[in-house]
Design a binder for this molecule. Structure first.
Ligand code: AMP
Length: 285
């Protein structure tokens, strides 16, 4: 694997690869890699892409300084994992390389209602920061395909809209990959490393709640009732719940009740101790 720290060197290299008809598959990450990230690399490799992974902890998308300061960094292990997975290129830029004129002067995109609900409501400015960094990374790399995880479902919709605004929708193929989970269903996340042993032991409950919401739909149940049951259960186990939402999977408009005429997604965000976890599940495929 080749590691580039500057945009110019990376672009020069990609230019040569493109002239040899290589297709570029891009996997943006913030590092502290786990099998979920690696599944994106594997998907890109399956599609015979020259795989570029970026690791950049983007200060612009953290509204909580403590979360940014505590974001895990495991670069040595990340490089070993990427190497093993057969990733061709790692882009490892500094903050100055990404934002040479400062974060506040980077191009800012608006996402309308999509950035004001769910994660957007709880993490003010988060998607504005995501838009800034992904816009810069896409302009730098100009991939043929972009691999992202459904675990961050709202982020997938935001980035799709970003590509529309950048007139890249025709050029870049989106590959949204399934969520990789631990044996108890807990969605893999870099933040899981910060869970204490007792917190980790109960963290799989979020997945159980999503399964309940999905299965209550199949058995003709009432969403408001299952939502309350999940809220009570999570609170009883010590979670501070940000939301348990049933939403339209295309627009993320919140639904009060199951609606078979819509593609629905259930989304949960909850904090245990000072670790905030998110997960989601399609209710009707
Ligand atoms: P992050 O490093 O958390 O910014 O994530 C980088 C990419 O990996 C994003 O597209 C995430 O959605 C994706 N990702 C994170 N966790 C998982 C997971 N458990 N399964 C699949 N993809 C994931």
């Amino acid at each position: 694997m080749i590691i580039f720290k500057t945009k110019n060197e990376l672009q020069e290299y990609l230019h040569v690869q493109r002239s040899q008809n290589k297709k570029i598959g891009f996997v943006p990450t913030m590092g502290a890699l786990h099998d979920g990230h690696i599944s994106l690399i594997i998907n890109a490799k399956k599609d015979e892409m020259l795989t570029v992974c970026s690791i950049f902890v983007n200060p612009a998308q953290f509204n909580d300084k403590d979360d940014f300061d505590k974001y895990p960094s495991t670069l040595g292990a990340d490089i070993a994992l990427l190497d093993m997975a057969g990733c061709a290129i790692l882009y490892l830029p500094s903050v100055n390389e990404i934002y040479p004129n400062g974060v506040e002067n980077a191009i800012s995109y608006g996402f309308g209602k999509l950035e004001t609900v769910l994660e957007g409501a709880k993490r003010l400015g988060h998607f504005n920061g995501v838009g800034k960094v992904v816009g810069i990374l896409l302009e730098t790399i100009m991939p043929d395909a972009l691999y992202m995880g459904n675990k961050d479902y709202q982020q997938c919709l935001i980035v799709k809209d970003l590509c529309r605004q950048m007139n890249l929708s025709e050029r870049i193929r989106f590959v949204f990959c399934p969520t990789s989970r631990e044996a108890d269903g807990l969605a893999m996340s870099s933040r899981n490393r910060r869970l204490t042993e007792p917190q980790r032991a109960i963290a799989g409950i979020i997945y159980q709640c999503l399964i309940s919401i999905q299965s209550k739909y199949s058995s003709g149940g009432n969403f408001a009732i299952v939502q309350k049951e999940c809220l009570d259960l999570l609170r009883a186990k010590g979670f501070e719940v940000d939301y348990i939402s049933l939403s339209d999977a295309n627009t993320l408009e919140e639904l009060a009740q199951y609606d078979p005429n819509k593609k629905m997604i259930a989304l949960i965000a909850a904090k245990i101790g000072n670790v905030r976890l998110i997960d989601n599940m399609m209710v009707n495929e």
